[in-house]
Ligand binder design. Sequence first.
Ligand code: SF4
Ligand code: SF4
Ligand code: SF4
Length: 287
Amino acid sequence: MKVSIISLTCCAGCVSSFLNAGEALLEILSEDFEVVYSPTFADLKEVPSVDLAIVEGGVGTKDDENLIREIRAKSRILVALGICATHGGITSLGNMFALRDLLEKEYSLVEKTQLPELEDLMYPISNFVDVDYYIPGCPPMPFLIVHTLKSLVSGKEPPRNQSVVCAECHRKIIPAKLDRLYGVYEKESDPTLCLVSQGFICLGSLTRDGCGAPCPRSGFTCFGCRGPPDSMMYRVRDMYGFLIKVIAYRTGIPSETVKAELYRNPFIFHTFIFSKFQRSIAREKVI
Ligand code: SF4
Ligand code: SF4
Ligand code: SF4
């Protein structure tokens, strides 16, 4: 299988995660998985036709848009890797501001002339081309990437994850009686209880499983990097309202108070970007 690995506008963390797969990576890099094009590893100019294209990053420039269209035309299977490619992700945080304001504020006149031609917004790749499989995560865990690619190499459908992070976390969920929410740095957490039941803003109940819940297992809140699960895509239109209900139930804090606290917490913006573009994604193709 001939493979290309492409980075659009991103931090390159997803390809790094793939390379972090250790021995599993060696298992997959064989004659059945031959990387023939990757600007990260080799200085090739011509995009070749391949069986499988793995794309990280979102579409933020006209060059990205042209490239993703060319990649699609030259690939049999196209995989969107990481939440920038699948949903917009961190790179789409700039969508909260007008492009003109961002350019005025962040770039000098000289820098502006050196910028590539920008899109009006940062988009996931599905806004421009058909995607065969989505592997959300920021970055997706190495084992998730390798398992998916192994299935594709052997011609099988990759196994899908359709539950939520809470199912992998193993903390006990209880309805508590609290009077406020907490940042993870404000108090020590009980390692056995659900972080939301202790007043921390964990998004595990709104987030697709498959990562193994490394964040809540180590005492840190899930920030939703796997995007919404099947059960919430399309059906739950107000994810923010849903989160407020979950927190109010598990903490005993009135919904209005929870809402006010969430709007004060910039961490939540980091997380809820994933729901912005979910309607452009085919649910059946999310791993
Ligand atoms: S999904 Fe996260 S790790 Fe991957 S490219 Fe985007 S910001 Fe980087
Ligand atoms: S909300 Fe977070 S801490 Fe609570 S059970 Fe779910 S993943 Fe675990
Ligand atoms: S626990 Fe949440 S933030 Fe952490 S890797 Fe999983 S989905 Fe991402």
